[in-house]
Design a protein around this ligand. Structure first.
Ligand code: SAM
Length: 328
């Protein structure tokens, strides 16, 4: 194995796999108000097809895989997929991004199947606001239970991702930060990204530096290292806190120069960049019997197509799919 690297010498070792375009929530920053056109079952990659792609990618140098969606836990049999991916020798890190609503019922099985860690998206601790942000959910308590069960079955770390929006949930920045002190939560504050099916507005954007200024009312934030992984967040902690605070800054300070990712959409397109429309179809070639060597060539082509950086600063937004379909 020689490892994959793109035209800008970035090593590529991380594949994010969206297992479904379906979600049981309708978060305002992720899905257009009138919903999205759902794909039919036959358009979605089977677990066997995902496995074949992951195997080829692993032979090229991918060793980290994250499952996302849509909401990955609405697709039945997810532990089976995790078990299949865990059987690929070169893959040594399998993680999941979920809204947490279904997690408490699956966490033990997922852990047993080979899942190591989990990121849970949670933007508010207030039930009435949860309903507004998710446009549907009255199940905040299930997410909170999911967090506890995930920890208790040994998923580690459990990270909480909060998309911070001015006038919507920024009044809860300190509440989330206090959770890192009192409950050992690992919280990551994410800058709101614009997307083409806009429900959120530019004035709802808050930069990480503004968030940080507000958080420091609680005390000084000391830089620290992430507990695991080398993702895009910059980490800090309050003195004596068991948990950490991370900032993810796709807008104010992009981290494309160290992007190590490819994304596989649930309908089998390999996407070199979340914020660019370019994709390479793997599903049709796979269904037409492409060889493993041919599949690897397509993966290498996607890697070669990775842009140097996204173009949000110049006002460019991909218009082809909302985040819920790419797998944020
Ligand atoms: N359903 C799962 C979940 O809720 O975690 C996985 C899919 S969701 C698209 C993955 C992540 O994308 C979430 O952490 C969400 O916060 C993030 N995301 C989606 N739209 C975003 C936006 N406009 N700005 C910033 N983050 C966004």
């Amino acid at each position: 194995m020689t490892g994959l690297s793109d035209s800008f010498q970035r090593p590529i070792n991380y594949l994010r796999i969206s297992v479904t375009d379906r979600c049981n929530l309708r978060c305002i920053y992720c899905m257009p108000a009138d919903g999205v056109c759902l794909m039919s079952h036959r358009d979605i990659l089977s677990y066997e097809e995902i496995y074949t792609i992951a195997q080829a990618a692993a032979e090229l140098g991918i060793n980290k895989v994250r499952l996302t969606g849509g909401e990955p836990l609405v697709r039945s049999g997810l532990p089976r997929l995790i078990q299949m991916l865990a059987s690929i020798d070169a893959i040594d890190d399998i993680s999941l991004t979920t809204n947490g609503t279904l997690l408490s019922g699956y966490a033990a099985e997922l852990r047993q199947a080979g899942l190591r860690r989990v990121n849970i998206s949670l933007d508010t601790l207030k039930p009435e606001k949860f309903e507004i942000i998710t446009r549907s959910g009255n199940n905040l308590s299930e997410v909170l239970e999911g967090i506890e069960v995930a920890k208790s079955v040994g998923l580690n770390p459990v990270k909480i991702n909060m998309v911070v929006m001015a006038g919507i949930n920024d009044d809860e920045l300190l509440d989330f930060a206090a959770k890192t002190i009192n409950d050992g939560w690992h919280v990551r504050f994410i800058e709101l990204m614009p997307f083409a099916g806009e429900n959120t507005m530019p004035q709802q954007f808050i930069s990480a530096s503004d968030m940080r200024r507000r958080l420091e009312l609680l005390g000084e934030l000391e830089p620290c290292l992430p507990s695991i992984g080398n993702g895009p967040a910059k980490y800090f902690r309050f003195p004596h806190a068991r948990g950490t605070i991370g900032f993810i800054t796709p807008v104010s300070e992009h981290f494309c120069f160290r992007c190590n990712r490819l994304r596989l959409t649930s309908d089998g397109k390999l996407r070199p960049c979340l914020l660019a429309e370019d994709e390479i179809d793997l599903k049709q070639p796979l269904r037409s019997g492409i060889s493993s060597a041919g599949l690897k060539q397509l993966i290498e082509q996607a890697v070669a197509n990775k842009p140097l950086h996204h173009h949000l600063a110049e006002g460019y937004l991909p218009k082809d799919r909302p985040f819920s379909q790419v797998g944020g």
